[in-house]
Design a protein around this ligand. Sequence first.
Ligand code: CP
Length: 314
Amino acid sequence: MMDPMNQQLAPDGRLRHLLTLDGLPRTALEALLDRAQAIVDGGIAGAPLAGQAVCTLFFEPSTRTRMSFQRAAQRLGADVLAFDASTSSTTKGETALDTLRNIEAMGVRGFVVRHAADGAVAALAAAAGPGTALVNAGDGRSAHPTQGLLDMLTLRQAKGCDLSALKVVIVGDIRHSRVARSDLHALRTLGAGEIRVCAPAALLPRDTTLEGCVVFDDLDAALEGVDAVMMLRLQRERMEEGLVPSLEGYHRDYGLTASRLRRARADAVVLHPGPMNRGVEIDDAVADGPQSLILRQVANGVAVRAAVLEALLA
Ligand code: CP
């Protein structure tokens, strides 16, 4: 399969698809963040995508990503086609590629795709027609680039654009998390000062994902003095049996409670991509507390996704 990084940039550096943050140049990443911040501050002038259509092609469930892409496309003036896998002809065996090609034949050029298989969105992008742009809205454990971007936008708003003095910890099910992979690529590209990860050994990835990270298995130690805590959902749907012996035990050792959070800096912020397992990886008092930016992340998701659709289709 073609390298998603080479596939997503045209020879002149223009973004053709957004498939991964792995290797995306810092200038391209910062341009998307700057545009998203401008949308947060000033909205979108006119309807830059008037006359165009965007299809949200989700083969896995979603609330935040799908709806914020739809909201973003509407704000840009595009028509939105919401594909529902459960009532589609995929239930009769139609492949994802045939589905895409048929919707392309209706004149749709923008696709936001979520799929359970690693690399599925890049494979669809490689087979799509010229002029069609795909955004990876999460594929398997590989990548969730717009989540990575909205997390970076949220961190920049809270801590400033220079992340070089920041200590950030990512906590939880890193092994199964496409969010963690995209966040780690983005944090490295933006030059975050210290990137910590914390998880039980069974939930750590066994590839190169953690290059350059400081790895902890003790959450209390990992939280000491950090500026930002990025919690992850325990992804039970992607897990073999027995990786986490009990939810109670996981909460005891890796759940973010208000008292644990006191080990971080007093002005530390807490992020979580959602959906949350309340009482498992995060307590209500933290999720709904003064240091939580979780709903700010969701709001930023609309602006980030508008910036991405605009860059690809306007
Ligand atoms: N964060 C995220 O991807 O949420 P959804 O699965 O609801 O889209």
